[in-house]
Design a protein around this ligand. Structure first.
Ligand SMILES: [Zn+2]
Length: 291
């Protein structure tokens, strides 16, 4: 099954909702970055949220960045997405290993205490930026807190990544539910009742629930209307030319030293880990251009 996002409304537009299956996105990220299981789960949760939040944006050129800066051994997570749900991301330390907590991957322990920053670059002079503290470092709860406190939108976020015994991704996905300002009390109550019935996103996905079926459970008796679906994928738009900027940022002195060493260098894209080679001759050209 290919990854996709479902967009929906319920209760006469009092609620808007997103649900996604992101197994391939997360498995691609795992392969690209060779992440440990807990790093895969943490990155996968943020990638799943990023894909859905990206799809909330309107324009082709809009870019969403989710950045977690935290003190845990994962050393932070960065995810970016566009409005077509192309998503990419990386963690500071892909090798982090922690003992399981309550039989589950200890994402909260890997992430640790810190901040979540959401940046939406929508082509305006100043990008929108909101920041909140991490409340549990389990990511879904942190985003729920972010939506309520930074965007003033009462929301419910569920995210999950389940691993196979061989440490590949078994299933991944999630949902984001948002209450509109005119949502009625009885709608909110009913939704809360429905949410209580869902133990976890991973349990639904593992039972083979599609995003549509997840929403059907969450919006039982709430008049779910599926608006549309769109594919989502791990996708990086890097190129040798773009990564050159990273080479330039090393500084002239460093580049000059590399040229003196007379050896080709390899620079990897942070987001997708693709390696680009630069010959001494190319380094000389870069140095010329950066003047
Ligand atoms: Zn890349």
């Amino acid at each position: 099954m290919e990854d996709y996002i479902v967009r929906a409304t319920a209760a006469d537009h009092q609620i808007r909702a997103f649900a996604a299956t992101t197994k391939q996105v997360v498995e691609t990220a795992r392969q690209r970055h060779n992440t440990s299981p807990v790093a895969t789960a943490a990155l996968g949760r943020l990638l799943s949220a990023g894909a859905m939040m990206g799809s909330m944006m309107k324009n082709d050129t809009d870019v969403l960045t989710l950045q977690i800066r935290s003190g845990g051994p994962i050393e932070g997570i960065t995810v970016t997405a566009d409005s077509h749900a192309n998503v990419k991301g990386y963690v500071g330390n892909p090798d982090v290993l922690l003992p399981p907590k309550n039989g589950k991957l200890d994402v909260g322990g890997a992430v640790g205490v810190g901040l979540l920053q959401v940046i939406k670059d929508m082509g305006l002079k100043e990008p929108y930026s909101g920041q909140t503290v991490l409340v549990s470092s389990e990511i879904a709860e942190d985003l729920t807190y972010y939506f309520a406190n930074s965007e003033q939108v009462p929301s419910s976020v569920g995210l999950g990544v389940l691993m196979e015994k061989d440490n590949t991704v078994r299933c991944a996905g999630g949902f984001i539910i948002q209450m509109m300002p005119f949502a009625e009390e009885k709608t909110v109550c009913r939704l809360e009742e429905n949410l209580k019935k869902v133990s976890s996103v991973t349990s639904l996905l593992d039972q083979g629930y599609t995003p549509e079926q997840m929403l059907e459970v969450l919006f039982e008796d709430l008049g779910l209307v599926i608006t549309d679906t769109l594919p989502t994928q791990f996708s990086c738009n890097c190129s040798k030319k773009r990564v050159e900027q990273a080479v330039v940022s090393i500084g002239r002195k460093e580049i000059e030293a590399m040229i003196r060493d007379g050896e080709d260098i390899e620079v990897k894209c942070h987001f997708c880990n693709t390696a680009y080679q630069y010959t001494v001759e190319e380094l000389k050209q870069i140095l010329k251009r950066s003047r």
